[in-house]
Design a protein around this ligand. Sequence first.
Ligand SMILES: NC(=O)c1ccc[n+]([C@@H]2O[C@H](COP(=O)([O-])OP(=O)(O)OC[C@H]3O[C@@H](n4cnc5c(N)ncnc54)[C@H](OP(=O)(O)O)[C@@H]3O)[C@@H](O)[C@H]2O)c1
Length: 294
Amino acid sequence: MNVGFIGLGRMGIGMAANLLKAGHRVTVYNRTPAKAAPLIAQGANAAASVAHACQGDAVITMLADDEAVDGVVWQDDGIIDHLSPGAMHISSSTISVALSQRLSEEHTRVGQRFIAAPVFGRPEAAAAGKLFVVAAGDPVAVQAAGPLFEAIGQKTFVVSETPKAANLVKLSGNFLIASVIESLGEALALVGKGGVDPRQYVEFLTSTLFNVPVYKTYGGLIVDGTFEPAGFAAPLGYKDIRLALAAAEELRVPMPLANLVRDRFMTLLARGGEHSDWSAIGRLPAVDAGIAKN
Ligand SMILES: NC(=O)c1ccc[n+]([C@@H]2O[C@H](COP(=O)([O-])OP(=O)(O)OC[C@H]3O[C@@H](n4cnc5c(N)ncnc54)[C@H](OP(=O)(O)O)[C@@H]3O)[C@@H](O)[C@H]2O)c1
């Protein structure tokens, strides 16, 4: 397919590279143009503007947050003005349910197609083409986008014909992961202060009852204690919990644990964790217990 790709951050760079490897014609755009260089070396076309990245069958956005997506869609010379009728905007960023709904309505109004396709998996999974894609949108469009999802992910889950449902699933998933990080951090602080070797403890957990990727990945990250450079930056994790809470408020769903986790991110950021991986909230319980420095 002929596809534009906007947003070459930690995730986007690997996703775009895998689209190229799968044989798609990829035109890349990034606000900071230098980040496109490795992809151009791999055969991507460089777009000088958002508009230039909108000339194919589809454009994928993988941007930080609502503000960034809003900007590239509705700015002068943005996606909404330049994507061809019938072409698809595939939004893979983790954005709000409300923005996803607005994108769906506005693209439909001007005759374009919109698919929400947020992803699970960290930058290493993006680079390896091993993401899990959660897709929602018009079934014909979702099917047409199938070859793109196959290039970036190991599996695609189609959850609804209504795009915003995929964003809700993504936000709920990140709430769950953040809750696991918090609870792992508390358990590790407890056993650590009691003299148990934390690495052995994680090994025990993840080879018995907690033998799943999320405990392995985050147990390892917390025990290693190396939170920089970030794979998933703490401010983006904070954003996701706030977006989950916004969706919960809209739907009148009390989520007391999400409120607690939101405050943990606030603590991390208030103490200078701006550049940390989001898993650094998992160290806060050890700091509170007096066995780790801030
Ligand atoms: N990292 C993960 O593990 C992970 C996993 C799943 C989903 N996600 C989600 O995927 C999205 C991207 O994450 P990431 O880790 O790749 O983030 P990142 O490394 O911070 O990259 C963010 C991208 O957004 C661009 N951007 C930010 N603000 C912008 C603006 N106002 N206008 C135009 N472009 C803007 C950046 O451009 P510049 O290069 O110019 O700054 C960069 O291309 C986020 O929604 C995140 O929540 C991340």
